[in-house]
Design a protein around this ligand. Structure first.
Ligand SMILES: [Zn+2]
Length: 351
């Protein structure tokens, strides 16, 4: 546990649900944990006892990436954890592969509808049919324009054109739209949709006041800071501003709310965590400003300032997006200005 985590309360200690099993974390709310083949090696999914149109069953929140291991774990859950009841609804917090991957498979298998924001539904449909934002030529060109010059890395990014479809081969053809402020009735309880920006196009977190529980998705994680990146499809965006504004809304919820994050363990201390994240990004922004004070810097130049550890290619692409996000926050705030150098690389200096 790091020093910041020590200021949070992990209410279940080190206890995790075993693969293929669930663990009740609040009345009618069960925790599922599935392995991921990345540095971020797991995702939390949630199984909520439900009843829709008089039919008893379950609502699932998030689905894991599409691969045999996750399907096998789902099969075991169907057999042993559903009390013989069907899955009635699939909610997806946002379009990223670890959340969206098996939505189509689950919806088809149970004849259940998909609930998601319209923005993420459409982004997922496009991404599952193309390369936008997750590798491919457009992505490589974008990173090159921000100073990534290693030919081997650029070649690998160029070649990674079907990155998203490999983990999300299909997206359901229909959906039910969730919007900020909507109330979703799950098992007779009201859950309020809270839209968040800066991580995914339109991420939906769900808050139940009766249970004092927040399903935070990726918008509030206890251990790591949420990835906030600029992507080639929206090259001038300011996702860090969007993210910081979005998480402030969680401080309007009661301080003792139990937070169910997509990665890491359930925790209390939401207000503290929001404060920590602001501080974390403020520090990074200060370091970036200091670096740009010396001489104009590209996003690639800033990587070692932001990330002290050695990065593999997968991490480098995330890190480049994050680096641009920090530079763009300062640029949009008017603290940095940018100029394209003779190589076509964006360089940022004090405004
Ligand atoms: Zn995500």
């Amino acid at each position: 546990m790091n020093a910041l985590e020590a200021q949070l309360q992990y209410v279940f200690g080190e206890t995790l649900p075993a693969p293929g099993e669930t663990m009740e974390v609040a009345p009618g709310v069960r925790w599922i944990r599935m392995a991921l083949p990345f540095a971020l090696d797991h995702i939390n999914l949630w199984l909520l006892r439900d009843e829709i149109d008089g039919r008893a069953g379950w609502t699932v929140v998030d689905t894991c990436i599409s691969r045999d291991e996750s399907k096998a774990q789902w099969e075991k859950l169907f057999e042993t954890q559903l009390e013989g009841l069907p899955i009635l609804r699939v909610i997806v917090t946002h379009m990223h592969p670890d959340h969206m991957g098996l939505a189509s498979w689950l919806c088809e298998r149970w004849n259940a509808p998909l609930w998601i924001s319209a923005t993420d539904f459409n982004a997922a449909r496009i991404a599952s049919q193309s390369t936008t934002g997750f590798g491919g030529a457009a992505s490589a060109d974008f990173f090159a324009s921000h100073g990534l010059s290693d030919p081997e890395s650029l070649e690998k990014i160029r070649a990674r054109a079907s990155y998203y479809p490999s983990m999300v081969p299909e997206v359901p053809r229909r959906f039910r739209r969730m919007q900020d402020g909507d109330i979703v009735k799950i098992g007779g309880r009201e859950w309020r949709c809270i839209a968040g920006y800066g991580h995914a196009p339109e991420h939906i977190a769900l808050y139940c006041d009766e249970l004092r529980v927040l399903i935070s998705g990726d918008m509030l994680l206890p251990r790591i800071s949420t990835n906030v990146s600029v992507y080639d499809v929206e090259p001038e965006s300011d996702p860090l501003r969007q993210f910081l504004q979005s998480i402030d809304r969680f401080t309007e919820l009661p301080a003792d709310t139990l937070v169910l994050p997509s990665h890491g363990k359930p925790f209390r201390g939401m207000h503290e965590r929001v404060r920590q994240l602001h501080e974390h990004h403020e520090e990074r922004l200060r370091e970036v400003i200091d670096a740009c004070r010396e001489s104009p810097k590209s996003a690639a130049d800033v990587l070692p300032v932001l990330f002290k550890r050695k990065l593999d290619l997968h991490q480098t692409t995330f890190a480049m997006g994050e680096s641009v996000a920090h530079l763009h926050k300062l640029w949009h705030d008017g603290r940095l200005k940018r100029e394209r150098d003779s190589q076509g690389v964006w360089r940022f200096s004090l405004a």
